[in-house]
Each structure stands twice: as structure tokens, then as C-alpha cells.
Design a protein. Structure first.
Length: 383
């Protein structure tokens, strides 16, 4: 979250604080709960909730910083081997400042997110030709356009690719930059052929902050501050004397730019779980049972049914995916969902099966999350 600390969230504090975390912090007596209706930036969420929580006397001793997990397996059992698999502890191998270290555990909750494995710019989920070679001019996610990355984008021709909230946020930041550096030119490429669903729920969105994103972006497209390229399914990024040429699926050169920001979602990195027996939903790469419940072809954030240990259970007993990673490629995850997932999983591991099954989740309803996929028509090769 530090990497996108500059991003203003779209849910207010009342949807950002984990109830169990709140109880712990309140019991320590020196924490002030932020104002429920206010919408903070990600950096503020870290400073006012996650940092204090990680410093809590019960939590701090359990955290191992600078440990990157490289594999999770069953000790002595590769994926193929049955043996006494369910009785073997999990073996977690991590890269640490002191070299590789091995840990053993009865259970594992993998909540490592999807932020570090963004989807490529290319159509159909594959890397565009030349995408790798053009890396120095491509950023994925949400760069700090108005802060740390300002010099990179000021006065440049920038293409934003994607049609979710992150893409919209990038476009709005560039619009702000262009107010100060008018030479900055902004193009916005979306795969769908119609912009109709791009603007989100507007006033109908229960989360006002999120509704306004689309409304502001539409105004900028309407008055020409942003050039919208619809039906943009990219197959190649070519470096040419005048910049980066963007070639679409029909072989047509659509635009030449200096910089590209790709915000077209992310996918789970499953490499470190290769030796485990896991099942995923084939469409979303979410946990198998959860996938159909959250598939963005059919659901938006507010319609996600409450779910917990039962839905997140894997054939590998004692292993759970939680948080953003449990949703696979589905972009509709909200923090409150993750807090409830983890509460249920921990209750299950602690033997309180009734509490594990008693899942409750109230999320803000909206039509906007569905804009990502529902009824989407995209450009495909005409040949
Ligand atoms: C721009 C943006 C805005 C969002 N706004 C909201 C919002 O307003 N409200 C809302 O409810 N949700 C929002 N979300 C969705 C979601 O709540 C966040 O993405 C949230 O950060 C997901 O939490 P997570 O813990 O699952 O994953 P992450 O926050 O991505 O955390 C994963 C952690 O695991 C660590 N990690 C990764 N790999 C390893 C490894 N191999 N070994 C050790 N550690 C590892 C990472 O360093 C990271 O610290 C937003 C998401 C984005 C991207």
C-alpha cells in the first residue's frame, strides 16, 4: 500500500477499519479513531491504522520484516506425494536479510495480494509485442503523478490504459498535472467500444467519492482535455523516432506517446504455491468456491455474499488464500471483505466452527464495480 500511498481511497473510514483491530487499539488507550465518514488517502490509512496496529504489543513481536516468502509446501511431500500429507507441517521458505530461512507451520493464510503481478498491456491478457523492451516508458498501477513521478509525466504525451477506478484515478491526476504544465497531453485507451459504462454510478453510487471519479473524468473527455480511444486492443508497442507507437489488433497505428500507464488489473502470482494441492475457479483464478460468487461478469462489490473459511477451504488442509489474492483476477475486493474472511479462517483454525460459519458482511452497494466487465464488448481483430 505504500506504493500507492498518494491515492485517495473511495471508501470512508467506516469501511476501512477492522473491528478486531479497533478493539485491540482501543484497549491500549492511546489511539484516536478517525472520523467515520471521511475518505482518507492510502498513506493515511497506513499511518492511522495499519502502523499503530503493527506496533501493538501483541502483534509487533510476531512480524518478521524483510522476509519474502518464496515457497510454501508440505514438508517432505512434493505435490505428487500422498503419504501422510495432512499430518506434515507446512514448510515456508523465505528470503531474509540473513539469507534463506525455513519456517514450519500448522496452517498458512496467504494474503500476499496481487499488486506485484499486474496484467500486461496486450489484448487478451498476453504481453504486447515490444512491451518488455519498452519497460522504461511503462508504469503499471498508479504512479504518483502529482508527487514523486511528476517530472516523468510533466509536459509529456501520456497514454493511460484501462477502464477501472485506477485508470480513472490516473487520468484525473494527469488532468491536474496539465493544469500546471499545459504541454502535458492525455490519451485514455479502453478496450470496450463504447464509453457508456466508463463513467460509473455517478450520484447513484453509495460511495460518493467513487461516483465523482467518473463524473469528473467524463467532463474532461467531453471538453477535449482528454482524448478517449475506444476499442483499443493493443498488440504491439513499437519504439519509433517520434516516441512509442501503439498498434491495435487490426494492425492500425492508433497513437504515438512518450509514456504509458497501464491500469488494467492484476492477477495472482501462484508460483510460490506450486507444490500445494489447490483449486481455483477457472475464470477468475479465485479460490474455487469463491470464484462464481464474485465473478465480475455477474457481480459488483456490494453484491458479494458473506463468505469465510468454508468457501475459502482448499484441498490442502490448513491452507487458505485471503484478501485480494483470494479474489484472483476479480477487481471487486474491499478491505471489509478481507477482515471478515480472516476472522472466519482464524475461528476455524482455533476450533470455533460455529463462529467460522457465522459470517456477516455489509458492504456499500453500487453499480460501478460492474463496469469492469459486465456486458462489455471489446474490439477484436476484423481478420
Ligand atoms: C488503488 C487502489 C485503491 C483501493 N481502494 C480501496 C478502498 O477505497 N476501499 C477498499 O475497501 N478497498 C480498496 N482497494 C482494494 C483492496 O482493499 C486493497 O487492494 C488492499 O490493499 C488489499 O489488501 P491485501 O492485504 O489483500 O493485499 P495487499 O495490500 O497488496 O498486501 C499484500 C502484502 O503482502 C506482501 N507480500 C507480497 N508477496 C509477498 C511474499 N512473497 N512474501 C512476503 N510478503 C509478501 C506485500 O508486500 C504486501 O505488504 C483498493 C485497491 C487499490 C489497488
Amino acid at each position: 500500500m505504500w506504493q500507492w500511498q498518494h491515492v485517495r481511497l473511495f471508501t470512508p473510514w467506516s469501511f476501512l477499519i477492522d473491528p478486531a483491530g479497533k478493539r485491540l487499539l482501543e484497549a491500549e488507550g492511546n489511539w484516536t479513531e478517525p472520523e467515520a465518514e471521511r475518505v482518507p488517502c492510502a498513506g493515511e490509512l497506513i499511518e492511522r491504522f495499519l502502523d499503530p496496529l503493527s506496533n501493538h504489543s501483541l502483534i509487533a513481536p510476531q512480524i518478521r520484516l524483510n522476509h519474502t516468502v518464496v515457497s510454501v509446501s508440505r514438508e517432505g511431500h512434493d505435490r505428487m506425494k500422498d503419504g501422510r500429507r495432512n499430518e506434515a507441517p507446512f514448510l515456508i521458505v523465505a528470503e531474509t536479510p540473513d539469507g534463506p530461512q525455513r519456517f514450519r507451520a500448522r496452517a498458512v493464510i496467504d494474503a500476499s495480494g496481487t499488486w506485484t503481478s499486474p496484467n500486461p498491456i496486450g489484448a487478451g491478457g498476453v504481453r504486447a509485442d515490444g512491451e518488455r523492451e519498452a519497460q522504461s516508458s511503462i508504469q503499471y498501477g498508479m504512479p504518483d503523478v502529482l508527487g514523486r513521478d511528476r517530472e516523468r509525466y510533466a509536459g509529456k504525451r501520456v497514454l493511460v490504459v484501462g477502464s477501472g477506478h485506477s485508470a480513472t484515478g490516473n487520468v484525473l491526476s494527469l488532468i491536474e498535472l496539465a493544469k500546471h504544465v499545459p504541454e502535458t497531453s492525455i490519451a485514455w485507451g479502453i478496450r470496450r467500444v463504447s464509453a457508456e459504462k466508463l463513467w460509473g454510478g455517478g450520484n447513484a453510487d453509495e460511495i460518493a467519492e467513487r461516483g465523482q471519479l467518473g463524473t469528473r473524468a467524463k467532463a474532461a473527455v467531453d471538453d477535449g482535455r482528454v482524448t478517449l480511444l475506444t476499442g483499443l486492443s493493443i498488440v504491439a508497442v513499437k519504439r519509433c523516432p517520434s516516441g512509442l507507437e501503439i498498434v491495435d489488433v487490426n494492425g492500425e497505428s492508433r497513437i504515438v506517446v512518450d509514456e504509458i500507464i497501464v491500469a488494467s488489473g492484476a492477477r495472482p502470482d501462484l508460483a510460490m504455491l506450486r507444490e500445494l494441492r489447490l483449486q481455483f475457479d477457472p475464470a477468475t483464478e479465485a479460490s474455487k468456491t469463491l470464484g462464481p460468487l464474485i465473478d465480475p461478469n455477474h457481480h459488483h462489490c456490494g453484491s458479494v455474499p458473506p463468505h469465510g473459511a468454508v468457501e475459502l477451504r482448499q484441498p490442502e488442509r490448513g491452507f487458505y488464500l485471503a484478501g485480494m489474492k483470494s479474489y484472483g483476477r476479480a477487481p471487486t475486493f474491499l478491505l471489509m471483505t478481507g477482515y471478515e474472511q480472516v476472522r472466519s479462517i482464524v475461528a476455524e483454525l482455533a476450533g470455533d466452527h460455529e463462529a467460522a460459519r457465522n459470517v456477516e458482511l455489509v458492504l456499500p452497494t453500487t453499480g460501478v464495480c460492474s463496469t469492469q466487465f459486465a456486458n462489455e464488448e471489446t474490439a477484436t481483430a476484423s481478420t
